[in-house]
Design a protein around this ligand. Structure first.
Ligand code: F6P
Length: 364
């Protein structure tokens, strides 16, 4: 079935990442030129969808943005329409405001809505699809933790930034003969820590998939020191945890789609290493630096492919699907497949084997 693509909406949901604007551009430009469609930008993610904050995008809006980080539409990780946080005299109440969003979809006469986001966004895409909206998903996140695609855009850029940071930290660590602990984002998946740790030749990489033993970490940095390697780099995923210990949580916020904000394991690892080994240690948290700035060339290309494919799916009426990279092909998968589980690093992954092969300690 071919749809009449007259009015197409675009929304960016969840945490931002480099490449969002490149996707917006590759949907909007051909939508205007090939399909003669009107493109509506929904502002600030699902929050703006519920509140009816939208505007028509012009060719000028989407020109010159392929290399620009962030999102020209704004985003939010707090406005899940099915669990919408509302301030009431009794405090924050979580209410189902999906009917507001459906009303706005109809009011703006959208023929389709392309939502660019991570697993939270894909869950919402799935629910609205079941309620009859014409939705398509585009997989975004620096965490690379979405199932049903080989890679999400944004991941490559985050790894590039983290790798550069590791390179820089190595020279100062070496000059001062210190242990440098670097905490990176990634939620419950270790893709960023493992990717950047390998590329930046970290001596220890700690990821959520391999709960670590403190002793192994201490032994490894001490051994390096004894061998005359007078510095060590420890790359820690924010979701890493000791085998006998808990996740380190920075904040709980009921308004967020995922109420848990991770952070703090790096500080703990740094403190323990210094206490137990006597080696001078510093901790750096890269945090949102990984999400800022320009996308890498790889992410610009992938984002452009994803956006155009999403538009083609909309034109074909293939709703309830997410664009996906399988090998070198950009294809489409039912969004339900993308939300079955989080894609964490498999323990038998070649990446893990490579890291071990070059002498990296993974804390086990
Ligand atoms: O999902 C992307 C991500 O950057 C995670 O790696 C991190 O845990 C989280 O978002 C941080 O969220 P916020 O921007 O709300 O602090």
């Amino acid at each position: 079935m071919k749809t009449q693509l007259k009015r197409i909406g675009i929304l960016t949901g969840g945490g931002d990442c480099p490449g969002l604007n490149a996707v917006i551009r590759s949907i909007a430009k051909p939508a205007m030129t090939e399909y003669g469609a009107t493109v509506i930008g929904i502002l600030d993610g699902f929050e703006g969808f519920v509140e009816g904050r939208m505007r028509e995008l012009t060719p000028k809006d989407v020109a010159g943005i392929i290399n620009v980080g962030g999102t020209i539409l704004g985003t939010s990780n707090k406005g899940n329409p099915f669990m919408f946080p509302v301030e009431t005299p009794k405090g924050i109440e979580i209410l189902d405001y999906s009917s507001h969003a459906i009303h706005n979809y109809k009011d703006w006469k959208l023929d389709a809505l392309i939502a660019i986001g991570g697993d939270g966004t894909m869950h919402i895409v799935d629910r609205f699809t079941e309620l009859g909206l014409n939705m398509i998903g585009v997989p975004k996140t620096i965490d690379n933790d979405l199932a049903a695609t080989d890679v999400t855009f944004g991941y490559h850029s985050a790894v590039a930034v983290a790798t550069e940071a590791l390179d820089r930290l190595q020279t100062t660590a070496s000059a001062h003969h210190r242990v440098m602990v670097v905490e990176v984002m990634g939620r419950y998946a270790g893709w960023i820590a493992l990717g950047a740790g390998i590329a930046g030749s970290a001596d220890v990489i700690l990821i959520p998939e391999i709960p670590f033993k403190w002793e192994r970490v201490f032994e490894h940095v001490l051994l390096r020191s004894k061998r005359g390697n007078r510095f060590s780099i420890v790359c820690v995923a924010e979701g890493a945890k000791p085998a006998e210990g808990e996740l380190v949580v920075k904040e709980l916020d009921k308004k967020r789609t995922d109420p848990i904000r991770l952070g703090g394991i790096g500080e703990l690892v740094g403190k323990k290493i210094e206490e137990e080994t006597g080696l001078e240690t510093r901790t750096v948290v890269l945090g949102h630096i990984l999400r800022g700035g320009s996308p890498t060339a790889y992410d610009r290309i992938l984002s452009t492919q994803y956006g155009y494919k999403a538009l083609q799916l909309a034109a074909e009426g293939k709703f309830g699907y997410m664009v996906s990279l399988k090998g070198t092909e950009v294809t489409a998968v039912p969004v339900k497949e993308a939300i079955l589980s989080l894609r964490t690093v498999p323990l038998d992954s070649q990446l893990i084997a490579c890291a071990r092969a070059v002498g990296t300690c993974l804390g086990d």
